[in-house]
Design a protein around this ligand. Sequence first.
Ligand SMILES: Nc1nc2c(ncn2[C@@H]2O[C@H](COP(=O)(O)OP(=O)(O)OP(=O)(O)O)[C@@H](O)[C@H]2O)c(=O)[nH]1
Ligand SMILES: [Mg+2]
Length: 388
Amino acid sequence: MKVKKYTGNSLEKIRSVIVKELGEDAVIVNIRKNSVTGGLLAMGRKASFEVIAAVEEATDADSADPAKTPVGAEAFDEFLKIQRDQYRGLRQSIKMLDDKLAEVDGRIRPPAAAGAVSGAAVEKELANVHDRWRPLVLDHLHRIAGDRQPVAADWQEALAGLIPTAGGILFRKNSGGGPDVYVITGPTGVGKTTTLAKLAAKCVLGERLNVGLITSDTFRVAAVDQLREYSSLLGVEITVAFSAEELELQLQHFHDKDVVFVDTPGRSPYDTEGIGQIHNMLRRSGEKTCTLLVFPANIRREDAECLFSGYGILKPSALIVSKTDEASRCDGITAMLELSQLPILYLTDGQRVPEDIHCASPGLVASLIMPFARTDGDAIKMGGEKTE
Ligand SMILES: Nc1nc2c(ncn2[C@@H]2O[C@H](COP(=O)(O)OP(=O)(O)OP(=O)(O)O)[C@@H](O)[C@H]2O)c(=O)[nH]1
Ligand SMILES: [Mg+2]
């Protein structure tokens, strides 16, 4: 390439010299306008220009003399220097723009934002969450809120993402293989019999299914009468089983029912013998038996551990959280979920049969656990889907 520098006061004139010397194929690679100095004396004088032009030329390597300085080498060096200066200037401009953008960005965002969640906020929002879940909730929270300061709904959504629910049972007709059998278990007075009645009512009134009830709670006086009352209200058959053999017989008796519910006596989680008897009673109940564990919403986290270690032997398939209307703090629910690794099917929030039972959803359960969902001391109001 042949590169040459031209100077002059008229670009037009310079251009015609370039064409004359380098030919029509020549290209202008840089034009620099020299500033005119000299104050008043410079007035009226035209600006001078420095133009670098280049043209490709083929060099015969065989006849070239490497020792000889190539024509225009000096101008080429200057051209490179100019390019380098321009590149440096460009980089400086980009950096200045970057700094400016960062400054503007900082002014738009409130200083407290920046996605940082204070230790106090973590402590407050995650007070009822199991220790092992906390980093997972924070991880979700960062994904949900990004750089902005998380609001209450973000915390709840972050927690909800971890809560397993099964949104109720899909009760179905008996297609010849025998009824689906649901055994309701749990500690004393948690609402097992009432929950059983609510579910039976849902099947009978809502799904028009043929339901059978069996109670194995022969321990507590009036327990049989309690269930008998519900059965007569619903117009469904009820039987009593005193042993595993009797339960097996009762289930055979109900072979053409769509769904059978089995009530069990309430036992303290520490009563390993009592829970062992229930376990023994269920040993011949068949493959279609599904055991549900009911526990109260206000269970303490320390008690959750004890409850599951007591009832784990019954190998429950899912959980039901009862008495959410009586709970002002729910710090044991995530502990139960963590220990059992089971989904929550239903939430109950009152004594009315069948109204006070709701299919569980992650959002609904999260709203029980997160303290901002209600005023402190208030009972929890359900906003969930009614099951009927
Ligand atoms: N507030 C409230 N009370 C409930 C709920 N479910 C049941 N109850 C009440 O709790 C009490 C005990 O209910 P049961 O259904 O007999 O409890 P259980 O677990 O069968 O009791 P045991 O068989 O004695 O172990 C009754 O007064 C019910 O009306 C609920 O979701 N909220
Ligand atoms: Mg009962």
